[in-house]
Design a protein around this ligand. Structure first.
Ligand code: FAD
Ligand code: NAP
Length: 600
């Protein structure tokens, strides 16, 4: 006898639930306000899996659904998740299944099995962070790292740009230069030592490279400890889930993975003029150059060029920077020019509005002699000058053109080779992700690559939802007078909010440490840009002075928290420091008031 009345209704509902479970890959019985249900829905969204959601608080008979589900599964609570007709459970069980890889199996029961859960291409800042985190979460991970030698034959170990040819040797050479300045100051403070103080390039280069060698070794050990399979080989896609790995000796192997992360970074761009690859070097060669570069020309006017020019001049070398247009494009120009002026006052020559045309060798040697011909950017004048070393720093190209991305179906921007990704670092191919310097429109900084890599692994393998926040990233340019900033440049703030809606506070200052040494009086500078439309919130922070990285890091946290001018004013400074300047700024730029610092 067919059921009647209440029983008939129950059977009908049971059939409806059954049909839902059978017709959909994923069904989530949820309640719209339940935070665990939100987590489950976000997890499937992150996995790019369509799920059929029944919000029990919004549908008719929601309570009856819940009771029946309790009878069917022994679970009365929400979320209640079914995948391909299998009951998974609530948030904890779904998350665990995801971590264990069971979720993926349930989602794709007929899926091919792969050698690895994850293959990361590139063992630099981003790749190492991502691979270690994924392995910590129990995944089978391979990371491939391979350094293509520079045209001069320079190569290096595991760890990518930052460790080998970027932040680390750069900061250590900058420190070498600062020590030179400190030695000059030291005499004023009463230290007595021989008049003739020499710097030995080879000693510095060896010491720094030995330290880098220890870091390379440390990375290898860390990968081994975390069970990441590191292979020193060049990787390129041959199919969407398959790569070919080629070692230095030419040995080729094939590997497959369910997912891939591209973290191949960038390499210095050359100019495409006669003599550039034959005779010039880039930052990839400088830090392990076996001889002192001598009289040096740096071509380019951004981070790399200015930082290298700064420390080379600090070592006492004759240094010229050839600038095509402006200093530090994209940065606050007021700050960039102040940093440049300080360099100029300390002996760096700037050849403005010139670009090189050709480089010829006059004499081979270590260093040799090179003749550089340059033309003015308006094309009217040509000049020639002789240097021992020419360092090209005109930008960096993403290493994406020789890794078989077309065979994997990954789209890149044909203009610059950068990889466009969504806000979860996913490329147009769902199982391929990208992080670090190769990303389109993102910061090219080590901590950014690390954060993106770590969070990506957590989202992929631990059900996490936190995304990398690329906004208000603090950064520092390690010019002789360091420049730290966070948030908007003055130009960008004006463009975004209008000059009338901004209040800019600024001040020159003279660090106490400089006073006895009697140098750089009132050359340091602090500036904040406040949005009048939003409670005088600080939207731009700019600092030119010693220890800019340390100062900016702290204020970076405040800016992330949305600090306002009033809160800065209410903060008591630490005296005597440079950082305290930001707690006492009271002259606005619009007032035209005197900003020179008179006393302490
Ligand atoms: P990388 O660190 O470049 O790593 C990519 C790795 O992948 C490399 O080892 C590469 O050889 C390898 N690779 C490429 N293709 C393949 C392939 N097909 N197969 C296998 N391996 C491959 N950032 C800061 O935050 N602070 C600084 O002070 C700073 N200073 C810098 C100074 C200089 C001179 C330069 C050049 C950069 C500096 N940066 C600095 C930037 C920072 O180094 C980069 O943002 C960071 O290294 C990017 O990390 P990544 O993982 O994207 O790439
Ligand atoms: P970049 O920021 O792309 O700047 C390239 C510079 O070269 C610009 O000054 C540009 O001038 C000039 N240029 C380009 N083509 C030229 C040509 N044909 N002739 C003459 N000049 C030319 O490159 P980068 O300095 O190599 O830095 C790369 C990235 O590394 C940066 O984006 C940064 O994120 C990262 N980095 C960070 C740090 C740090 O955190 N301290 C340090 C170093 C590097 P125009 O302005 O005229 O275009």
């Amino acid at each position: 006898m067919p059921p009647v009345g209440k029983d008939a209704g129950k059977t009908e509902l049971q059939t409806r639930i059954q049909e839902l479970i059978e017709a959909n890959q994923v069904v989530v019985f949820s309640k719209s306000y339940c935070p665990y249900c939100v987590k489950v829905k976000d997890l499937f969204k992150g996995l790019d899996v369509k799920c059929n959601v029944v919000e029990l608080d919004l549908v008719e008979e929601g309570t009856n659904y819940q009771e029946l589900l309790g009878e069917m599964t022994g679970q009365k609570t929400v979320p209640n998740v079914f995948i391909n007709k299998t009951h998974v459970g609530g948030w904890d069980k779904t998350k665990q299944a995801h971590t264990d890889g069971l979720l993926q199996q349930l989602l794709n029961p007929d899926a091919e099995t792969y050698e690895y859960d994850l293959i990361v291409i590139g063992g630099g800042s981003g790749g190492l962070a991502c691979s270690k985190e994924a392995a910590t979460l129990g995944k089978k991970v391979m990371v491939l790292d391979y350094v293509v030698p520079t045209p001069k034959g320079t190569t290096w170990g595991l760890g990518g740009t930052c460790v080998n040819v970027g932040c680390i040797p750069k900061k250590l050479m900058h420190q070498t230069a600062l020590l030179g300045t400190a030695m000059q100051d030291a005499r004023k403070y009463g230290w007595e030592f021989d008049e003739r103080v020499k710097h030995n390039w080879e000693t510095m280069k060896d010491a720094i490279n030995n330290y880098i060698g220890s870091l390379n070794w440390g990375y290898r050990v860390a990968l081994r400890d975390k069970n990441v399979n590191y292979v020193n080989a060049y990787a390129e896609f041959v199919e969407p889930h398959k790569i070919k790995a080629k070692t230095k000796r030419g040995k080729e192997t094939i590997h497959t993975a369910a997912r891939f992360v591209l973290a191949t970074g960038e390499r210095p761009r050359y100019l495409g003029i006669p003599g550039d690859k034959e005779y010039c070097i880039t930052s990839d060669d400088l830090f392990s150059l076996p001889y002192c570069p001598g009289k040096t020309l740096l071509i380019g006017a951004s981070y790399v060029a200015l930082e290298c020019a700064g420390f080379l001049a600090g070592l006492g070398l004759d240094v010229t920077v050839m600038v095509r247009s402006i200093l530090l494009r994209g940065f606050d120009q007021d700050m960039a020019n102040r940093a440049g002026e300080h360099m100029e006052q300390h002996g760096v020559k700037f050849l403005r509005k010139y670009v090189p045309v050709k480089v010829e060798e006059l004499e081979a040697g270590t260093p040799g002699r090179l003749m550089v011909t340059a033309k003015s950017t308006d094309g009217t004048e040509f000049i020639e000058a002789e240097y021992n070393t020419v360092l090209i720093a005109v930008g960096r190209d993403a290493c994406t053109d020789k890794i078989g991305l077309a065979l994997a179906g990954v789209k890149v921007n044909p203009q610059n080779g950068k990889v466009p990704v969504d806000d979860e670092e996913q490329t147009n191919v769902p199982h391929i992700y990208a992080i670090g310097d190769i990303l389109e429109g993102k910061w090219e900084l080590t901590p950014v690559a690390i954060q993106a890599g770590k969070l990506l692994a957590r989202r992929l393998y631990a059900g996490a939802t936190l995304k990398c926040d690329y906004v208000n990233v603090p950064t520092t340019v390690f010019t002789p007078l360091e420049y730290g900033c966070c948030g908007r440049s003055e130009e960008k703030a004006i463009e975004m909010y209008g000059e009338e809606n901004l209040e800019i506070y600024h001040s020159l200052f003279w660090p106490l440490e400089f006073t006895v040494a009697n140098r750089d009086n009132n050359k340091c500078y602090s500036k904040i840009i406040c949005n009048k439309l939003d409670n005088d919130r600080v939207i731009g922070f700019h600092y030119l002075g010693p220890n800019a990285g340390e100062v900016t890091q702290g204020y970076g946290v405040a800016i992330k928290c949305g600090v306002t001018k009033e809160q800065l004013d209410n903060t008591i400074g630490i005296h005597p420091t440079c950082a305290e300047m930001f707690t006492t700024l009271d002259v606005t730029k619009s007032s035209g008031g005197d900003i020179a610092q008179a006393g302490c």
